[in-house]
Design a protein around this ligand. Sequence first.
Ligand SMILES: [Zn+2]
Length: 547
Amino acid sequence: MKHSNKLSDQSQEATTNVLVQTKQDHLLPWAADYIRTPKGDLLDFYDHPYLIEIYDDQSKEMIIKKAAQIGISTYAINKSMWFADTHQVSIIYTFPTASDVADFSKARITPVIQASPYLRNRVSGGIELKEIGKSFIYFRGAWSERQAISVDSDFNIHDEIDFSKPDIIDMYRERMSHSKYALFLALSTPSIPEYGIDYLFQRSDKHEWFITCPQCGEKQILKYPDSIRGNTKEARYACIKCSATITDDARRNGKWVLTGDKDWGTRGYHISQLMAPWISATEILRKEERSRIRPTKNLTGVRDFYNFVLGEAYGGENVPLNRDTMLACIQNKYGWEINGRSTAMGVDQGDQLHVVIYQKEKESEKPRLIHAGIYDSFDVLPDLMDKYGVSICLIDALPNKHSARRFTLRYPAKAWLVYYNDNQKEFVNWKKDTEKREYRVIVNKIESFDNMAQKHKDLNVILPHLDSELDQYIRQMTNWAKDKEEDSRGVVKFVYKKLGADHFANASNYAILGVDKLSTGSLAKHQSEALSKESKPITAGILSTKF
Ligand SMILES: [Zn+2]
């Protein structure tokens, strides 16, 4: 740990208390004995008093929502090493990407092993696999299925879960189904509300660090801005009740208190930098100011301050479509329709097909939602094309590319395959690939979703009266957010973040692209451009007979 110091009296005591049991059964005494900082010092619990209970925690399911640089990643490494050393097990340890695995291995794991004479003799292996005694730790990226491995696991650790792919995390969970241990530890700086670590924390017993005011005895959680008085020149932590100064010792003598529901069966901890005795109130205010006024690579905006300093999720402007906006688009005189004319259809495919159909309203010219349905088979699509008089249909090219393609081939220039490409400069690109006999639309996902959200905010979309079907539709329409991401060249851009089932949002996005296409009236033009005179009859022949 960075702020090295010897074990304090307090943690010596805590260590002794658990030492009466078998040392091997507990992480805390094991770590105190065998783990050293890169400088060779003992673990510092004096400045990290909040870590003592966490090290000693034996909950099977643990969620840690954390600020940056407060000792939790080191804790996770130590816990994995301890568990591997003292049991005969397999551990899966993930980071968002494969390059994160390599970086973390070099910067964090190797130094821990090197600094410990005990581990140096016990651990072998490379970046992706460490062997400790008879145990294995697999380090993997949690973004691509290709990196996934199919070994059974006794303990899954997911670092930076907010930047990992939820599907992959779920897939790894299945790897523990045969384990008698089945330990789960997820840790991350949060990103947006109700996503990733914040979602998991909300469904835990939510432990918060309570400190006691030295003056009035009020027990409280240190919060920004309520618990800080002063300015960026000089500030102090202050009691929310009596304004007395909260000393660093008072911050050290905090206590973890459950604020959530223990029936979730999951232990949750929230750690902010306000709990870190080595970080002053002045420093916190300066970080906040920097994030707003003079952004750095580590604090590029207010959201980063919330995420990395306070360990809090930050929604702000990043959830473009909310329920209120959707409800405002409802016009009660309208309902669902069983047929239509000159409509635009969007199809999201996955295990099921989610189909959304818009028809332009005569007077207002606004697209009106007339159908939102869920289907099990591609076979229903031609029927829907007929019944609703579909003029243009956009369908997900993936994952069932063959079925989608076979469908679009029946309706050349009417049914288009959609691909998302976020590196594309234009927000939408309509292409007729004569060679592959494919009509495709390449879409910048976040920009097209922005476009769709804006149409709703401007009330340029009409929704039918509220019923359970529309309610389900609205839930899915609001299950996404925008998140800032820095690419390998350091360029910060917004990316799409799924918050839950978002099939109807995708289908609607497609349908609205179709509505736009119909409005610009350029469809006919594209059609004539699409196929050269020579290829036209040949291709048409192939299309109608072979596919
Ligand atoms: Zn007080």
